[in-house]
Design a protein around this ligand. Structure first.
Ligand SMILES: Cc1cc2nc3c(=O)[nH]c(=O)nc-3n(C[C@H](O)[C@H](O)[C@H](O)COP(=O)(O)O)c2cc1C
Length: 193
């Protein structure tokens, strides 16, 4: 049995200038940092310049390597026009086999729908890559009034409920990450056929 910490890749999906994603990403990374079973690796897509032609670049290779190293992935995503951001699609398509047999969970944010439509679309896309998406999602609905730029939730009731929901999500993500790490080690996942 592998008792090394589970490697959690935390992807901040939005790259827009003035984005709120950095704040939600800080919040998620802060909660994850309090979970001793995870070693957190923040992958901020605004800092990685992935080429649109999906070609090889140092940043593309680095991103693929860090997804390959991960035992679990947490995607922090917003919603644009009822979908997820193009920067995230580019990142997903840049990597292939490294997603396989890995669990993916979501923290979403947006307007009234809290980014949940983006999450539902991501389930379809990630299934094609043999990733396993979790039922649980932490979603922030119109967070701009309740979360500051440092990722502090300023509404005490929301702070408590969001953190409680995140711990349930991390409990289940750890279960899947540990189970799938053991399974991948015991028998490589078959990607062909
Ligand atoms: C181009 C664009 C489209 C948007 N479409 C939606 C939408 O369909 N549903 C929604 O709930 N919020 C929508 N929003 C609001 C965003 O979810 C919100 O501004 C969020 O902060 C965007 O993430 P970001 O600040 O990290 O870029 C949209 C925002 C932009 C800029």
């Amino acid at each position: 049995m592998n008792d090394q910490p589970l490697r959690l890749a935390l992807i901040i999906a939005s790259t827009r200038r003035g984005r709120f994603g950095a704040a939600i990403g800080r919040w998620a990374a802060g909660v994850a940092a309090g979970r001793p079973e995870f070693a957190v690796d923040v992958l901020d897509l605004a800092e990685l310049h992935l080429p649109a032609d999906l070609g090889g670049s140092a940043d593309a290779a680095e991103f693929a390597g860090r997804i390959g190293d991960a035992d679990a992935i947490l995607v922090v995503t917003c919603e644009y026009n009822h979908g997820y951001p193009a920067s995230l699609k580019l990142a997903i398509d840049t990597v292939r086999d490294e997603w396989a047999a890995k669990p993916v969970a979501f923290v979403s944010y947006g307007g009234l729908a809290g980014g949940l439509r983006a999450v539902e679309q991501l389930r379809q896309v990630l299934a094609e890559l043999h990733a396993v998406t979790l039922r649980d999602t932490v979603s922030f609905h119109s967070p701009h009034d309740h979360v500051d730029r440092d990722g502090r939730v300023t509404d005490p009731a929301l702070a408590k409920s969001a953190e409680a929901a995140a711990h349930v999500l991390f409990d289940r993500l750890a279960w899947w990450a540990s189970a799938l790490r053991a399974a991948r080690t015991a028998r490589p996942y078959a990607l062909t056929g």
